[in-house]
Design a protein around this ligand. Structure first.
Ligand code: PGA
Length: 304
């Protein structure tokens, strides 16, 4: 079978998204270029790898087999890279980190401190929501990921290093501001501006209220913490966000944290990688740095 690594990478992207447009975006290619690579790979393999039913594409049986091997090959290549990097030592190499949208409020500070003592390390930081992070873990794209607790069924090493309290925010003029110990039931009359599906904050919020048997009125959905804070300031409703996002707004009194029973919802930040992954010396050094020094470097607003 003659095929190129390029074709395999393009194939893996299409197989992951089951969508040519999204694969093209990920690979920074045009859609015709992606289709061409897939066609050539199918010719080389001698069997169709995708089938189209209606508007949706699916992997054929050959496609599923190929997808399995493409991931094994990618993992092996990654490992070769790591081994070669390790021969160069901790002071050199690349570090690819992905963090949850909400963790981006403190991650740059961790990276800045770390890179201060590892000046020859090239660091890349990718920011996406929880769902995006799980996809990146799935495809083994990053050295380390900083996220809320990952799903137990994935064989990941995940170590907590920092609290992540989720709180309810309101604009300063809101009727609930100043009340103490607000019962959860009183929130049922309020409208909430919420994060998008796939956000860890959103999942935690929904789980919490369903466990408490409280039905929330959700209004607009927004895909960033910044947008939620703006919307709440503008009086569009209440919001639920991590304390990490609130430094500036609390200082300038543009938003208020409500005093609600059973709040904050306490989440934690984890540093995560596949259990079997061979971390490069740089990644190992960064992981230890985060576990040993992370909590000391980051102050959670409202926690002193
Ligand atoms: P999010 O993740 O930015 O996707 O909401 C944060 C979390 O998992 O708590």
């Amino acid at each position: 079978m003659h095929l190129t690594l390029r074709q395999l990478k393009v194939f893996a992207a299409v197989a992951r998204h089951l969508n040519y447009t999204r694969a093209a975006e990920e690979m920074h290619l045009t859609q015709p270029a992606v289709s061409m690579q897939i066609k050539q790979l199918e010719n080389n393999v001698g069997l169709p790898l995708f089938e189209q039913i209606g508007k949706q594409i699916y992997l054929t049986e050959a496609g599923r087999e190929m997808y399995h091997y493409s991931r094994v090959i990618a993992q092996q290549l990654e490992e070769a890279d790591t081994v070669i990097d390790s021969l160069k030592g901790v002071q050199r190499g690349r570090l690819a980190i992905a963090v949850a949208s909400t963790a981006n409020y403190f991650a740059p500070r961790l990276l800045a401190t770390f890179s201060g003592s590892h000046t020859a390390v090239t660091i890349s930081l990718d920011v996406t929501n929880r769902e995006g992070l799980l996809k990146q873990l799935e495809s083994n794209e990053k050295d380390l990921v900083i996220m809320g607790r990952p799903p137990a069924q994935m064989d990941l090493a995940a170590e907590p290093f920092l609290d992540n309290p989720l709180v309810i925010i309101a604009s300063p003029g809101h009727a609930l501001v100043g009340r103490q110990n607000i019962p959860l039931a009183d929130l049922q009359h309020e409208t909430f501006v919420v994060r998008e599906h796939g956000s860890g904050t959103r999942i935690a919020m929904e789980r919490f209220f369903s466990e408490q048997g409280v039905r929330l009125e959700t209004g607009m959905e927004m895909s960033s913490n910044e947008a939620i804070k703006q919307a709440v300031q503008a009086g569009l409703g209440l919001g639920i966000v991590s304390m990490h996002t609130l430094g500036l707004e609390l200082e300038t009194k543009r938003l208020v944290v409500l005093n609600v029973q059973s709040f904050p919802i306490m989440r934690h930040w984890y540093i995560v990688h596949w259990r079997g992954k061979r971390l490069s010396p740089v990644a190992q050094a960064f992981k230890e740095f985060v576990l040993n020094e992370g909590a000391g470097l980051i102050s959670v607003p409202g926690q002193g």
